[in-house]
Design a protein around this ligand. Structure first.
Ligand code: NDP
Length: 458
């Protein structure tokens, strides 16, 4: 062991990298982590956490309106964007402090600077080299934007989280998680939001009923969704606004253009290929079931491997890496039934197969419920929740559960445990509901949707 400076050097102090490295450090290994930006990575500094704080902040707008039906008079409610951003910033500083403390407490040395791989056992950090028995690549991903004229005028979610003020008109390009989440935030806080999607519907890959239901609710909230629209160019106008030109020739003026058109693994310039590490055609690091790359001493976890790009997955991959490499306990991540959420307004919670995927695998029964949440009866809000269970007709196993509506992510987390345990519809039916809740709908859906009327099969 003495022939290397460290047992492990990790490049990238995001969720996955920190988890794996602090476990190794805490178990007595000599470890270091390289980070050029803020400790905490995308999720904590530029993604999930600040985004969710903005979602909370934005939702008060509807809560104030809904309160009226319950007898409240709320006068002079006004939102101050800089206060929200400043308080969010303070919270991120607090979290960064916690992450730094976790590293210190577990004897992880923080090497500040940009790390590159020199060879199978050597990492360079801003010109200085260090050797390690194992190297872990956990550098995550970065937003990508199409190369069109004027794209330099557009921002990504990175900048959207730190805008000095909320523009009057915001245009978001893209139809994925990030686009719908930010459309909801900006619209609730009072901006006129236009969302431009290149296909007919948002959130490709999600269950059709959730996609259609959310698109409808977003439009009800005043978000203008321009479907089947492609932006060809962006120009800055004399007034300081931006003019978008579409493929069909139409134009659209806005005060802010945000692109949320996907993310790519941050492997460029890392020296991986030169060191013999295989990348796929999207630039993601290719790994085996145990997170090992094509070089025996180099491993990779998280978004840089472009498997399932979610923080809890990176954390689990980090734990699997630690168990396999440092505890002689080979452990693979199980990618079945990973629940996820979209923090749109209303949000989506989802686990297992979509109806489209389930139908491809065999005969299924579809249980569907649409209802107005109880909270909105007195407030008069016209918002519908949608719940769906997909059941394998042969085995009675629930293979998918989806919900659009208030608290969907919180509810589906519990349902995910049932799916992980292989629960059947009969077991869902035998579960006594908690009344009155929206969640009880998941255990009271008795009649499948009649086949001819079954939801979209694509
Ligand atoms: P996604 O991959 O989810 O969505 C990208 C969107 O951009 C799609 O709607 C896609 O359209 C569209 N698009 C791609 N290229 C172009 C283009 N050239 N012109 C116009 N539209 C384009 O990416 P996001 O950026 O939203 O999110 C990145 C990742 O971050 C997600 O995959 C997810 O893993 C993670 N994430 C998770 C969250 C959560 O768990 N709540 C929240 C935010 C992010 P089309 O469908 O037509 O291909």
């Amino acid at each position: 062991m003495a022939e290397y400076d460290y047992d492990l050097i990790t490049i990238g102090a995001g969720s996955g990298g920190v988890r794996a490295t602090r476990l190794a450090g805490g178990s007595g290994r000599k470890v270091a982590i390289v980070e050029s930006s803020r400790v905490g990575g995308t999720c904590v500094m530029r993604g999930c956490v600040p985004k969710k704080l903005l979602v909370y902040g934005a939702h008060f707008a509807e809560d104030f309106e809904d309160a009226k039906g319950y007898g409240w008079t709320i006068e002079g409610a006004r939102h101050d964007w800089p206060t929200l951003i400043e308080n969010k910033q303070k919270e991120l500083e607090r979290l960064e402090g916690i992450y730094n403390r976790i590293l210190r407490d577990n004897n992880v040395e923080l090497l500040r600077g940009r790390g590159t791989v020199v060879d199978a056992h050597t990492v360079a950090v801003d010109g200085k080299t260090y050797t390690a028995e194992k190297i872990l690549i956990a550098v995550g991903g970065w937003p990508t934007m199409p190369d069109i004229p004027g794209i330099e005028h557009a921002i990504t979610s990175n900048e959207a989280l730190d805008l000095p003020e909320l523009p009057k008109r915001v245009t978001i390009v893209g139809g994925g998680y990030i686009a719908v989440e930010f459309a909801g935030i900006f619209a609730a806080l009072g901006a006129e939001v236009t969302q431009i999607i290149r296909k007919d519907m948002i959130l490709r890959g999600f269950d059709h009923s959730m996609r259609a239901g959310l698109q409808e609710e977003m439009e009800k909230k005043g978000i203008k969704i321009l479907a089947e629209t492609t932006v060809r160019s962006i120009e800055k106008t004399e007034s300081g606004a931006y003019n978008l030109r579409f493929a069909g020739g139409d134009e659209h003026e806005t005060d802010l253009v945000m692109y949320a058109t996907g993310r790519a693994p941050s492997t460029s310039g890392l020296g991986l290929e030169e060191a013999g590490v295989k990348l796929n055609d999207k630039g993601a690091v290719v790994v085996d079931d145990y997170n090992k790359t094509s070089v025996d001493s180099i491993y990779a976890i998280g978004d840089v491997t472009d498997r399932v790009n979610l923080t809890p997955v990176a954390l689990n991959e980090g734990i699997c890496f630690f168990e396999t490499v440092f505890r002689d306990n080979p452990r693979k991540m199980d990618y079945e039934n990973i629940a996820s959420a979209v923090f749109s307004q209303p949000p989506i919670g989802s686990v297992g197969l979509t109806e489209e995927e389930a139908r491809k695998r065999g005969r299924i029964k579809v249980f569907l419920s649409r209802f107005k949440p109880m909270k909105y009866t007195l407030s008069g809000r016209d918002e519908r929740s949608v719940m769906k269970l997909l059941v394998d007709a042969e085995t009675d196993r629930v293979v998918g559960a989806h919900m659009l509506g208030v608290d969907a992510p919180e509810i589906v987390q519990g349902i995910a445990i049932a799916l992980k345990c292989g629960a059947t519809k009969a077991q869902f039916d035998a579960t006594v509901g908690i009344h009155p809740t929206a969640a009880e709908e998941f255990v009271t859906m008795r009649d499948p949707v009649p086949e001819p009327d079954a939801e979209h099969t694509e």
